[in-house]
Design a protein around this ligand. Structure first.
Ligand SMILES: Cc1ncc(COP(=O)(O)O)c(C=O)c1O
Ligand SMILES: [Zn+2]
Length: 375
């Protein structure tokens, strides 16, 4: 039962098919039985590839890697509590998107893809461009015009063809979708292999806690690549009998762009059309998430919910991270602000895990602006 299946018409494709969505236009999911041999895993290198039997890649020769993953899980003080925080800003391109890119581009190499397109607020573009460079695959990356210079430089540095699209983030997504009519779409929202990379976050957390699940996991939600990765990853660990239950998944959105938090509150199973306002957390400013319904289901099934964070809370969380020696980008600080809010209602005995998703080194202009306005 290793295949791709359409959410809409249940049509199936082999995992080797060069498709990123169904012929009917539906979203594809991967059906795959993950296995965990803890002894073999612990004897391997500390990278995300140590979960080899849980990753839907056939050929070791096609694995495209910089030795990424198995990031530290360290205690950080948030809201006066000790919270375990995955250091995913330490990935080779500076964000957790490398989890998804490593898997997706390894798969693309395995099935003979030579050219891909991707759209991004910046970090996913950097990740796809880097792994494509390593795999010898050419790529076109579409980004919003106001993407930071550091991310633009990084994408170009890897040899990708860069397209800067005026207008809102949705205009960039539309431009990439159009290009994807004729090219393999290495999309972090559409392509299901990306999520089978981000799921390694769950495997690492579980192993780092002595093969136990935490009580709750707080993650950012724009397109929900990490949130859905957690749902898949913890779901596979439960199905394999490694853990008893999927932790509560808490999704963090910026109040300036919170279509899924609004839908959750309204009891709706689809993202709500919303008015957006500019936010420091550009990485999660996604008004029309392709997998919105999946994200809502994952949060609900886990017994979790959303928290929305305000701009001043993001700035405060960013400062607090700095005072503890962590240089993260504002989108990553939004998650920490979300933990702060969540802690107000979370029982004290709850074991909470969260994540720093991206490095501050790519957001110098924003960081300088915030420092100017700092008390
Ligand atoms: C640093 C950072 N954190 C979080 C996210 C949110 O990821 P997603 O849109 O997959 O939910 C992004 C997305 O670009 C990001 O760059
Ligand atoms: Zn279909």
């Amino acid at each position: 039962m290793n295949d791709l299946i359409c959410q809409q018409c249940q049509n199936t494709y082999p995992l080797s098919a060069p498709v990123w969505r169904c012929e009917c236009g539906g979203l594809l999911d991967i059906r795959f039985k993950a296995r965990f041999d803890r002894e073999r895993i612990s004897a391997r290198e500390p990278t995300l590839w140590r979960y080899r039997e849980a990753l839907p890649i056939s050929s070791d020769a096609c694995i495209t890697t910089f030795g990424e993953g198995y990031t530290p899980l360290i205690p950080v003080t948030v809201a006066g509590r000790s919270i375990l925080v995955k250091q995913d800003q330490l990935f080779p391109t500076g964000s957790y998107k490398d989890r998804g890119a490593a898997m997706l581009i390894s798969k693309a190499a395995e099935i003979g893809i030579t050219h891909v397109v991707e759209d991004s607020s910046g970090n996913a573009g950097c990740a796809i461009a880097a792994y494509c460079a390593r795999a010898g695959i050419s790529c076109d990356i579409y980004v919003p015009e106001d993407t930071s210079d550091a991310k633009l430089a990084q994408i170009r540095h890897y040899g990708a063809e860069l397209h800067r699209i005026p207008g809102p983030r949705e205009a960039t997504a539309r431009a990439a979708l159009e290009a994807a009519e004729t090219t393999y779409y290495a999309s972090h929202s559409w392509n299901p292999f990306f999520f089978h990379g981000t799921k390694t976050f769950a495997f690492e957390v579980c192993e780092q806690l002595g093969w136990q699940a935490p009580d709750s996991v707080v993650v950012p939600v724009g397109n929900g690549t990490l949130l859905l990765g957690c749902a898949i990853g913890f779901g596979e660990l439960r199905a394999a009998g490694v853990i008893e239950a999927v932790p509560k998944l808490i999704g963090v959105q910026s109040s300036g762009c919170a279509p899924l938090a609004a839908a959750h509150s309204a009891g709706s199973s689809q993202a709500q059309p919303i008015q957006t306002t500019p936010t420091l957390a550009e990485g999660i400013a996604i008004a029309e998430p392709a997998r919105g319904a999946d994200i809502l289901t994952a949060i609900r099934d886990s017994g979790g919910h959303f928290v929305c964070v305000e701009e001043d809370e993001i700035a405060d969380a960013l400062r607090s991270m700095g005072r503890q020696g962590l240089y993260v980008e504002p989108t990553a600080a939004a998650t920490i602000a979300g933990v702060q809010t969540y802690c107000a209602s979370a029982p004290v005995e709850e074991k909470i895990v969260t994540v720093c998703t991206g490095t501050g080194l790519k957001s110098t202009e924003k960081m300088l602006k915030l420092l100017k306005g700092a008390p």
